[in-house]
Design a protein around this ligand. Structure first.
Ligand code: XMP
Length: 529
């Protein structure tokens, strides 16, 4: 296991992800973590970047114990500076904040000890790297030497003369450092000596065994499914582990995509054999959403209503204690004790990482409230994973499902600007369906990370069959993104956009204009609300 200490950089999770992509198990902990309290013995430690400066009064500090554990340490950006600060180097503010590409010249000057320069072994003499920092080293600590330099950073990469301590100013974890993965690989595999043995096949076997052990021979589990990749994969995994003792509930909240509830039923129940109840609660949701325009208000209403509906349905599945008691032998299925959550590692990170100054942009988690009242224990089979597609494939979930674009919990309610009504939902469903259909036909679906239509409740003038029209506008959004923290708008071939626009204006009553959203994230977000 590699221990990654998070000093609050926006990229810390990517370091963990890169290690795991190398099939090496890595865990992120806040930088305030005391080494003596870590529950495992790390084979190596990585110190992340940070929005702070090491000389700030309130700068986060590493436990100095890190440097006396006798395990390799890699400091990245602030991690480098923190390492140097601890071991006697100097850090100063740059004249200019450096943000962007730099060319790293890999030094041949070394101590002659090959393990010391192992970080860049075989990576050539130069590589492109991504920088994002306001401070840099102005003097290296004693017993260190330079292993890489850039035009502006004479100490861009350093290594200890005899111990396996390394510091790099650039960010190997971001894709803008094209050989960054290899640098992390050199550290984790060669220097720390980790074996690439944390594979998905192994994960499935262990996880199924773990679920069976937790639930025992009778324990029952319920869980919500949405048709999204995460909940589908979680449900299928539970089904593999405990069969019909897992019961899935799908809530139709009235703001799903066209025919979504039917399709999910078809896929989960018929194709994958998962025990499933679909509940149509669209009237309740839409009545509570009446006249609500504020996006966060919409999220809150949908989240809370979901909890109400789910609890009611769960109680029906569970049956009363008396009913359970009457059942004997094989019939006695046991009480529902567990709630399945499709929590992924990024959510786990969210809750454990070191919080620098940060603001809530949107509240994304809608089912967090379920546990408070339900007295169920939580089961989270995906909590060690960054993404689930590979797992889905191994579980034989059909590829068109595994490749599905994400769909937010509050659904079309956050894609209808202004109040949500049944007629607005209908308009958006039809437009969205045409859009996705055409993207699939053009063979572009898997190239795009997420695509959807947005309904703008502004009216514009048009002309149709010699008549004046005065109708609403559909905005199309399509983005490419690795993790949805940042995203670029997708460049469509013009003929595809033309076809989509013409179909939407012809086939969707109430729409006479289609626009394409050309904003990236940041400064925009993926969803409009
Ligand atoms: P934003 O709009 O924040 O979206 O750039 C990033 C990703 O998150 C999804 N999203 C949500 N998912 N509940 C969800 O389950 C939400 O309230 C929510 N808001 C945004 C969005 O679709 C994109 O994939």
């Amino acid at each position: 296991t590699i221990l990654i200490l998070d000093f609050g950089s926006q990229y810390s999770h990517l370091i963990t992800r890169r290690c795991r992509e190398l099939n090496v198990y890595a865990e992120l902990q806040p930088c305030t973590q005391k080494i003596k309290d870590v529950s495992f013995k790390p084979k190596g430690i990585i110190l992340s970047g940070s929005p702070y400066s090491v000389y700030d009064q309130d700068a986060p500090r590493v436990d100095p114990e890190v440097f006396s554990l006798d395990v390799p340490v890699l400091g990245i950006c602030y991690g480098l500076q923190e390492m140097a600060w601890n071991l006697g180097g100097e850090v100063t503010k740059c004249d200019h904040r450096e943000y962007g590409f730099a060319q790293l010249l890999i030094s041949k000057i070394g101590s002659g000890n090959s393990s010391v320069d192992a970080l860049f072994e075989g990576l050539g003499e130069e590589m492109q790297v991504w920088m994002s920092h306001g401070d840099q080293l102005s003097a290296i600590p004693e017993d260190f030497h330079i292993i890489g330099q850039t035009d502006t950073a004479p100490f861009a990469a350093i290594a200890h003369n005899s111990k396996p301590f390394y510091g790099i100013q650039f960010h190997p974890e971001v894709t803008h450092s094209p050989r960054g993965r290899e640098v992390i690989g050199r550290f984790v595999l060669n220097i720390c000596g980790c074996k690439p043995s944390w594979t998905m096949e192994e994960f499935i076997g262990k996880e199924i065994a773990r679920i069976r052990a937790i639930c025992g021979p009778k324990g029952r589990v319920i869980g919500a499914v949405s048709g999204g990749v995460d909940s589908t994969v979680a449900a299928k995994l539970m089904h593999e582990a405990i069969g019909d003792r897992f019961h899935a509930i799908m809530v139709d909240n009235g703001v799903l995509r066209l025919n979504e509830a039917n399709q999910v039923h078809e896929m989960l129940n018929k194709d994958l054999g998962v025990n499933l109840t679909v509940v149509d609660s669209s009237d309740l949701f839409l009545s509570r959403l009446k006249d609500i325009e504020d996006p966060e208000q919409k999220r809150k209403i949908i989240g809370n209503t979901f909890i109400n509906v789910f609890e009611t349905e769960a109680a029906k599945i569970e049956g009363t204690a008396e009913e359970e008691e009457k059942l004997t032998g094989a019939e006695a299925k046991g009480r529902v004790e567990w709630l399945l959550q499709g929590t992924l590692y990024p959510d786990v990170i969210e809750s454990i990482s070191f919080k620098g100054p940060s603001a809530t942009i949107k509240t994304h988690h809608n089912v967090g409230g379920l546990l408070k009242d339900m007295k169920l224990k939580l089961i989270e089979p995906l909590r060690e994973l960054f993404k689930v597609r590979a797992l889905g494939r191994l579980l034989n979930i059909p590829s068109h499902l595994v490749q599905r674009h994400p769909f937010p919990g509050p659904g079309l309610a956050i894609r209808i600007l202004g109040p949500v009504t049944r007629s607005q939902v209908k308009i958006l469903q039809i437009a969205d369906n045409i859009y996705i259909e055409e993207i699939r036909k053009a063979g572009l679906y898997n190239e795009i990370s997420q695509a959807f239509a947005v309904l703008l409740p502004v009216k514009a003038v048009g002309v149709m069959g010699d008549k004046r029209t005065y109708e609403q506008v559909i905005a199309l959004r399509a983005v490419q993104s690795e993790d949805f923290m940042t995203a670029d708008w997708y460049v469509f071939p013009p003929e595809v956009l033309r076809r989509i626009s013409s179909r939407i204006t012809n086939e969707v009553e109430g729409i006479n204009r289609v626009t394409y959203d050309i904003s990236s994230k940041p400064p925009a977000t993926v969803e409009w609300l």
